[in-house]
Design a protein around this ligand. Structure first.
Ligand SMILES: *[C@@H]1O[C@H](CO)[C@@H](O)[C@H](O)[C@H]1NC(C)=O
Ligand SMILES: *[C@@H]1O[C@H](CO)[C@@H](O)[C@H](O)[C@H]1NC(C)=O
Ligand SMILES: *[C@@H]1O[C@H](CO)[C@@H](O)[C@H](O)[C@H]1NC(C)=O
Ligand SMILES: *[C@@H]1O[C@H](CO)[C@@H](O)[C@H](O)[C@H]1NC(C)=O
Ligand SMILES: *[C@@H]1O[C@H](CO)[C@@H](O)[C@H](O)[C@H]1NC(C)=O
Ligand SMILES: *[C@@H]1O[C@H](CO)[C@@H](O)[C@H](O)[C@H]1NC(C)=O
Ligand SMILES: *[C@@H]1O[C@H](CO)[C@@H](O)[C@H](O)[C@H]1NC(C)=O
Ligand SMILES: *[C@@H]1O[C@H](CO)[C@@H](O)[C@H](O)[C@H]1NC(C)=O
Ligand SMILES: *[C@@H]1O[C@H](CO)[C@@H](O)[C@H](O)[C@H]1NC(C)=O
Ligand SMILES: *[C@@H]1O[C@H](CO)[C@@H](O)[C@H](O)[C@H]1NC(C)=O
Ligand SMILES: *[C@@H]1O[C@H](CO)[C@@H](O)[C@H](O)[C@H]1NC(C)=O
Ligand SMILES: [Cu+2]
Length: 558
């Protein structure tokens, strides 16, 4: 290249880099849509009539404006799952935590910037059980002209895993809350909205999602677990998958047969089409090693279809589906995850901890005279079953209105017991709208300790407003004397949702450098409904740059 051409080329690159930070405008109409899937013709709540909803695409540094218009009879809010929302807590979306709902006929513009994140995230309704059908992928490309830290894929495909009920999901959870027992499990899992080859008259292999591929290429699958209540195994027959990113954070690449993904998590994998022809089954099947918990054990299927291959159902190479209690496969996958931790993408793990917290997570049983057994199943963190307020906590906090919440969420379990053992005889929980207060910039470690109350069970815990590092995990009870010696403070995985192992614990760390009110909850929707949730209140720091601005004018009112 001659020097002049080179200068022009560099100027173009410079311009392109400076031109980052475009504004992406979206309009999401929340509408009912009739559908015919799995023998049902029920109307479902959708974004723009689509299930799954449209993909929201942007680049790192872009500002996203989504005008959400509510045309349905339900109150609605949307959450941008994993978007850090730096000083834009008003756009985070969990109902009654950061905003009042968008009521029927109303609209609200979510306004946020994608700062320091690239990869796959997703959006979903954050009220009632509407996220069952109101969800879609968020694809954040790197800034213009910045490459991926892995070979450029030939094509990129969103793969959204979900759960499908024949009945109206609001009727399912309402019935459960009335009776006090667990809600009905789903009738199918789905891959991009389709159950695939399930033993039912209403679908055949051809009904499933089909990924058409060319031989000898690399495809990037952007996998999202949008299921309400189930961890999932994901496999492609005859092919290995290379994990390169989770929750919009690059990982050290590693190769696996099986991906394990909890509700709320996203995983990007490279699929190399190293066969010459054929059809290969893709499966999403449940992982739940607490055998007494009822689950939907049906496997959703899709196909990877090589170009030029005849579509005969009989010729699909099958998957060896893991059993629901294949704990060793799940543990092997989770233990392989590491942050990339490169110069460009360092793992800034907090080393000095200001708040060292221990939160028990699990179930409980409270009295309920009108319920079937006179009791209802509940769930709690540190024995507090969270009560939803009737006005948003962030608004009350910002305008200094008293009475909505208290700041006495306990930093440790109120009673010490053998958490993973038989547990206390009194299974009752306390109730309240309690938050834990943090000063700006303080560093936090939370040990999330599963309890064996009713049953030990894995819990996908999601934190809003931050990514965290998962510095340690194990089965049994966390031991403050011996457990920290095994922590990984060098290249632990960084993410926004963590699967706490059944009958075990996980330790996470983050720096509270985002002022606002940030929800933390189980991403099994049934557990959230039962009260397994709390919030952190992060105070403002110094000056405007470390403070939460006032709310936008169209913020919905209660
Ligand atoms: C979005 O928020 C930014 C401040 O963060 C503000 O400057 C801009 O006007 C907002 N845009 C809209 C359409 O509300
Ligand atoms: C839940 O399942 C039971 C038993 O199959 C059934 O009778 C009930 O109608 C279901 N509830 C809903 C809301 O579909
Ligand atoms: C499928 O449909 C046929 C004809 O309607 C019926 O005889 C059969 O019992 C159905 N099978 C299942 C599994 O529902
Ligand atoms: C799935 O669950 C149903 C009902 O709980 C049970 O009858 C069936 O045997 C289970 N199938 C498998 C493969 O575990
Ligand atoms: C899974 O559960 C089945 C049925 O309870 C049991 O036979 C099997 O040993 C279990 N497998 C593992 C890996 O625990
Ligand atoms: C509650 O009631 C259901 C349905 O009658 C029953 O199956 C279950 O065993 C009861 N659970 C408890 C804890 O009493
Ligand atoms: C806790 O309970 C488990 C299961 O019963 C038991 O194996 C373990 O020894 C107990 N731990 C302590 C410290 O008592
Ligand atoms: C939880 O709180 C309830 C109500 O205050 C109390 O009865 C129970 O003993 C507590 N349990 C634990 C494990 O802290
Ligand atoms: C927070 O941390 C940043 C960067 O480390 C620092 O510049 C800032 O002064 C700190 N603010 C407060 C209130 O501690
Ligand atoms: C806030 O940040 C901007 C850009 O990072 C900087 O130019 C400005 O001086 C900061 N303002 C204050 C009050 O710190
Ligand atoms: C919708 O939200 C408003 C504000 O919180 C509330 O007053 C109203 O009862 C809600 N509507 C329904 C149907 O829940
Ligand atoms: Cu849970």
């Amino acid at each position: 290249m001659v020097p002049a051409a080179r200068v022009v080329f560099l100027l173009i690159c410079l311009f392109a880099v400076l031109a980052n930070g475009a504004t992406r405008n979206y309009k999401f109409n929340i509408v009912m849509r009739k559908t015919t899937r799995l023998c049902s013709t029920k109307p479902i709540v959708t974004v723009n009539g689509q299930y799954p909803g449209p993909t929201l695409s942007a680049r790192e540094g872009d500002t996203v404006l989504v005008k959400v218009v509510n045309h349905v009879k339900y109150n609605v809010t949307l959450h941008w799952h994993g978007v850090k929302q730096l000083r834009t807590g008003w756009a985070d979306g969990p109902a009654y935590i950061t905003q009042c709902p968008i009521q029927p006929g109303q609209s609200y513009v979510y306004n946020f910037t994608l700062t320091g994140q690239r990869g796959t995230l997703w959006y979903h309704a954050h009220i009632l059980w509407l996220r069952a059908t109101v969800h879609g992928a968020i694809v954040i490309k790197p800034k213009r002209h910045l490459p991926y830290p892995f070979p450029k894929p030939y094509k990129e495909v969103a793969v959204i895993l979900g759960e499908w009920w024949k009945a109206d999901t609001e009727a399912v959870i309402n019935q459960a809350m009335k009776s006090g027992v667990a809600p009905n499990v789903s009738d199918a899992h789905t891959i991009n909205g389709h159950p695939g080859q399930i033993s039912s008259n209403c679908s055949s292999p051809q009904d499933g999602f089909k990924l058409q591929v060319k031989s000898g290429k690399t495809y990037l699958l952007r996998i999202v677990n949008a299921a309400l209540n189930e961890d999932l195994f994901f496999k492609v027959a005859g092919h290995k998958l290379t994990v390169v990113e989770v929750d919009a954070v690059y990982t050290k690449p590693f190769t696996t047969d099986t991906v394990v993904i909890t509700p709320g998590q996203t995983t990007n994998v490279l699929l190399t089409t190293d066969k010459t022809a054929g059809q290969y089954m893709v499966t999403a099947s449940p992982f739940m090693d607490a055998m007494i918990i009822p689950i939907d054990n049906r496997t959703a299927t899709a196909t990877v279809h090589y170009e030029g291959t005849l579509a005969e159902a009989s010729a699909i190479t099958a998957v060896n589906v893991p059993s629901r209690n294949a704990t060793s496969i799940a543990t092997g996958f989770i233990n392989s995850l590491r942050s990339l931790n490169s110069n460009n993408f360092p793992a800034n793990v907090p080393k000095k901890i200001d708040h060292s917290l221990l939160f028990t997570i699990g179930l409980g049983i409270n009295p309920c005279p009108s319920c079937i057994n006179g009791t209802r199943i509940v769930a709690a963190m540190n024995n507090v079953s969270f009560i939803m307020p009737t006005t948003a906590i962030l608004q009350s906090h910002f305008f200094n209105k008293k009475g909505t919440f208290t700041t006495d969420f306990p930093g440790n379990p109120p009673v010490t017991f053998n958490y993973t053992g038989n547990g206390p005889t009194n299974l009752q929980t306390s109730t309240g709208t309690k938050v834990y207060r943090l000063t700006y910039n303080s560093t936090v470690q939370i040990v999330l300790q599963d309890t064996g109350i009713i049953a030990p069970e894995s819990h996908p815990i999601h934190l809003h407003g931050f990514n965290f590092f998962e510095v340690g995990r194990d089965v049994g009870n966390y031991d403050p004397k011996t457990s920290p010696s095994k922590f990984n403070l060098v290249d632990p995985i960084e993410r926004n949702t963590i699967g706490v192992p059944s009958g075990g614990w996980a330790a996470i760390r983050f720096k509270a450098d985002n002022p606002g009110v940030w929800f933390m909850h189980c991403h099994f929707e049934v557990h959230t409904t039962w009260g397994l949730k709390m919030a952190f209140l992060v105070e403002n720091g110094n000056g405007l740059n470390e403070s939460l601005p006032p709310p936008p004018g169209d913020l919905p009112k209660c």
